[in-house]
Ligand binder design. Sequence first.
Ligand SMILES: Cc1cc2nc3c(=O)[nH]c(=O)nc-3n(C[C@H](O)[C@H](O)[C@H](O)COP(=O)(O)OP(=O)(O)OC[C@H]3O[C@@H](n4cnc5c(N)ncnc54)[C@H](O)[C@@H]3O)c2cc1C
Length: 439
Amino acid sequence: MPRILIVGGGYAGFYTARKLEKYLRKNEAEVTMIDPLPYMTYQPFLPEVAAGSIEPRHAVVSHRRHLKRTEIITGRVTDVSHTNKKVTIEVPGLAPFDREYDHVVVTAGAVSRTFPIPGVAEVAIGMKTIEEAIEVRHRILINFDKASNLPEGPERARLMTFVVVGGGFAGIEAFAEMLSLATYLLRYYPNLKFEEINFHLVEAMSRIMPEVSLKTSYWVIKNLEGRSAKIHLDTQLLSADNGMIELSTGEKFGAATIVWTAGVMANPVVKHTDLPTDERGRITANTALRVVDGENLIEGAWTCGDVSAVPDLSGDGVGGYCVPNAQHAVRQGKLMAKNLVAALRGEGLKDYNHKNMGAVAGLGIGVGVFQYRNLAVTGFLAWLMHRGYHGLAMPMWERKIRVFSGWILNFVLRRDVVSIDAVKNPRLAFETWASRAKN
Ligand SMILES: Cc1cc2nc3c(=O)[nH]c(=O)nc-3n(C[C@H](O)[C@H](O)[C@H](O)COP(=O)(O)OP(=O)(O)OC[C@H]3O[C@@H](n4cnc5c(N)ncnc54)[C@H](O)[C@@H]3O)c2cc1C
């Protein structure tokens, strides 16, 4: 039986595996999916997880529960040798081992792209994983707890200062949702004042959210400023050393929470493969999602999603290639399964062609924006559209139901403001009181 091996179980990998389960006949091929995490993450929900509007576990989808005919390996691919048609896998606690394949599908996604700015690697946090979103929520809650015990002064101001670097779609959503949580929290901290919350968005370009029109982006800025946030356009972060923010405008202030959302880059694991890449480190593909080196087809190698450079036939792409987003990753994953099955059966492959469906963002409870070409919707209606669209786009009905139920419960019972941060040290209580053998 031919062996298909999928590297990465995010949007693209999960949908490839799921559709292969549907299209493959019995004993037509063996499918294995490898991912260090046992779940795919619905990343558009990360800002709402950080704001406490969605339970973290509801924003991820279990691989094993929903991929019953796929072999799942919860481990990290460290190397792909396509010449030898094998990958090397690392599973914590085990010696690295190899797996051979006939077809490899690389869907390892993207990681946060940073610049060598002092302090960023040491103190900032991204908004690309569920773990980061959970931590950001914990930090907001914990900083409020700490600040409420302090008299007004520099340390209290530092704890109440939040910086988001990067005014793209994800950055603005994260910023607005964090702001929404912080403002909401004030009701539980009578000694903290609204004026003490400091939210700074730092964007190097002269505008935010390039996915929406300039007019819509101004509406977003006005909305955020109306909620007392500070938007620094044409501004660069020069340093975040020890949490001391230094901006290119000369401003300096301390911040206890620095979230970095200034772009993504193809997963650097591609450097440990012998597959061809472009100047941005993405695996080069043709429109049928097969890996190509210029004009040459690399037999048995396939790629899609954020890790790949797939030509955009719709004409919407940046530099002629599909932009890294879920709209493409999901559809490419589905087409990948169809094309793999067609290739196994010696049938013709289909080209990937998807016209952008527009963008919808949630900016905190009751506020959103939607843009499709010249049509823009802002405010409450757009927020409903955001929730409606993403609630339904979340894979698997059991997940959709959990997300919708959570929103309804939050509406009735209000947002949950508990932080179980002690989970980071789960043995503390036991260890503190454990009887020890006397020597
Ligand atoms: C905050 C935020 C909001 C977003 N909002 C939107 C939105 O509203 N609309 C939209 O269209 N897009 C949105 N996106 C973008 C979208 O989520 C991504 O484009 C999409 O997840 C890409 O899918 P992918 O499968 O290529 O990568 P991913 O979904 O990132 O999956 C990659 C997978 O590869 C795994 N992996 C990594 N390294 C290895 C390895 N060495 N070996 C094996 N597996 C590995 C990872 O664990 C992961 O599961 C948002 C992203 C973020 C961060």
